[in-house]
Design a protein around this ligand. Sequence first.
Ligand code: AMP
Length: 222
Amino acid sequence: MPVAPVLILLGPPGAGKGTQARMLEEDFGLIQLSTGDLLRAAVAAGTEAGRKAKAVMEAGQLVSDDIVLAILKDRMAEPDVAKGIILDGFPRTRAQAAALDALLAEAGRKVTAAVSLEVDDAAMVARVAGRFTCATCGEGYHDQFKQPAHAGTCDKCGGTEFKRRADDNAETVSERLKAYHAQTAPLIAHYETKGVLHRVDAMGSIAGIRAALAEVLGRVTA
Ligand code: AMP
């Protein structure tokens, strides 16, 4: 790949951003940057940012731009991001999109592509409510759509402990969907205006969406 791409995955909770980001890591050697994962790590570590973010995340609302940007900047200062990144769950507001442009410009980079994973809202609550991950390696599973090949054992690492997110319950998911439509969905038009938007139908199979994303990435990095 000639340029290290900066790919943004946009879409409501349950659209498959995390699942697809992990696959893009495998397929293209990119680095997944999930602000949700970074915030959950801060909450677990009990940092000041984590303490401030906890209640907001449990309510399904957006954490303040200041906290999210500070966490993202720290992560972007690590050398592995030079390989190219997939932003999963960031930016989520116009202010975050502007801050991202400024941060990338400092490093002589810009957004290569923003992919909108297009889904029906009505299906998202069921998708989110059934998901769980391997506690050891983070591989994602779903009660209905993606069970481990051998029940109770992670396909990837053989781990036997799994966890579910505290905010993956029906009530919080509907708050997260509201926040998405009010604050994040306007970014689709923002990236369309910049000429970097790609829309991918994300109601199909995980493998089909993976192939569609590979096709987009191949095109934008050719
Ligand atoms: P996610 O893992 O992307 O679904 O994010 C889980 C929760 O973390 C969200 O519901 C927000 O409370 C918070 N969060 C993650 N990323 C951001 C962001 N870019 N801006 C504000 N809040 C965020």
